[in-house]
Design a protein around this ligand. Structure first.
Ligand code: NDP
Length: 327
């Protein structure tokens, strides 16, 4: 059968991850990267990958089956996903949870008008974690859902540290509380406060002459970001920051725990332990691109979320093969 032809829009961490992931999926073929930057200034992981200006995408309507949109959720995707859904099958990882309904409506209008399929907000959270929250609620209507993140690098919290005067560089890791996880696993169904669910760990490089005590105090009392949590601050050298904290690990847990009858506790646990958040997110995007291309080939239209996609469509295997091998 013919391979699914994929275009990557935007070449940052996810764009690079998608490029790598396509190489692991023989039923997919990479047409190229489409960037807002001068194509000559974009260096791809593989020298064989073609880079085009996003303005030239119009020439590719007949030669790309699905575009994987790898722009940022803050300002790229709210514009790019609806715009491109007018002419292409698209998949994105939009992760601003509070704005998903608004994004869905804008993308759906464009995709319906253009007669195309769009899949929004896939990845791991939103994405695989969302599916596991849904399974838990549907299967155990009496119970509690818990999402724990980490150990993981948080971009937003790291940026907040870097904005403090006297800080030369910093990273922040979100840690799930071991104690809280233990209680959930044991089927206690605890009510957990924000402080009880996660801890925050900061690694900070000081500028020359900066006051460490003052900066520690500024961090742990910062409203919203750190004040509601138990926060540990470590001061390290620029060399240590570069050597030990350059990766982008992440992951976490989704639990559903509840009783199917009085005294009968049922607990579901789903865990991700990721060395690279962007490479994993990209791998999820690629599987959903396969599903989106198949839905489009079957005549579907409009916006979808992971809740709307049948799991079998994610797999390169046929329904017959899946029934025989995995059921
Ligand atoms: P990046 O900041 O690395 O890239 C975003 C865009 O910025 C790129 O598409 C690229 O567009 C541009 N860009 C990248 N590098 C450069 C550069 N050196 N100079 C100028 N422009 C550059 O973001 P990520 O790939 O890390 O993440 C994208 C989004 O994915 C995040 O905003 C997040 O919301 C989402 N995400 C979702 C997850 C989920 O589970 N659902 C998990 C992780 C992330 P262009 O090539 O057009 O210039």
């Amino acid at each position: 059968t013919d391979r699914i032809r994929v275009g990557i829009v935007g070449y940052g961490n996810l764009g690079r991850g998608v490029e790598t992931s396509i190489g692991l999926n023989p039923d997919l073929e990479l047409v190229g990267v489409f960037s807002r930057r001068d194509p000559l200034s974009v260096t791809t992981a593989s020298p064989d990958t073609k880079v085009y200006a996003i303005a030239d995408l119009g020439d590719f309507t007949g030669s790309v089956d699905v575009l994987i949109l790898c722009g940022g959720s803050k300002s790229d995707l709210p514009e790019q996903t609806p715009e491109l859904a007018a002419n292409f099958t698209v998949v994105d990882s939009f992760d601003t949870h509070a704005k998903v309904p608004e994004h869905f409506a804008a993308v759906d209008a464009a995709a319906v008008a253009g007669g195309n399929v769009a899949v929004i907000s896939t990845g791991w959270d939103p994405g695989l974690f969302s599916l596991n929250r849904l399974f838990g609620e549907a299967i155990l209507p009496q119970g509690n859902t818990y999402t724990f993140w980490g150990r993981g690098l948080s971009q937003g919290h790291s940026d907040a540290l870097r904005r403090i005067p006297g800080v030369a560089g910093a990273v922040q890791y979100t840690l799930p509380s071991e104690d809280a996880i233990g209680r959930v696993r044991a089927g206690e169904n605890p009510e957990l406060t924000t402080r009880e669910q996660h801890d925050r760990e900061c690694f900070v490089v000081l500028e020359d002459g900066a006051d460490a005590d003052l900066i520690r105090e500024t961090i742990v009392t910062m409203p919203d970001y750190f004040e509601p949590y138990d926060t540990t601050v470590h001061f390290i050298s620029a060399e240590e920051l570069a050597r030990d904290h350059a990766g982008m690990p992440h992951g976490g847990f989704v639990f559903r725990s509840g009783e199917s009858s009085p005294g009968v506790t049922q607990t579901i646990e789903y865990r991700l332990a990721l060395d690279s958040n962007p490479e994993f997110t990209s791998s999820v995007l690629v599987a959903y691109a396969r599903a989106a291309a198949r839905l489009a080939a079957g005549g579907a239209k409009g916006a979808h979320t992971p809740f709307d996609i049948a799991p079998g469509l994610l797999s390169p295997k046929s329904p017959e093969q899946l029934r025989a091998e995995l059921l």
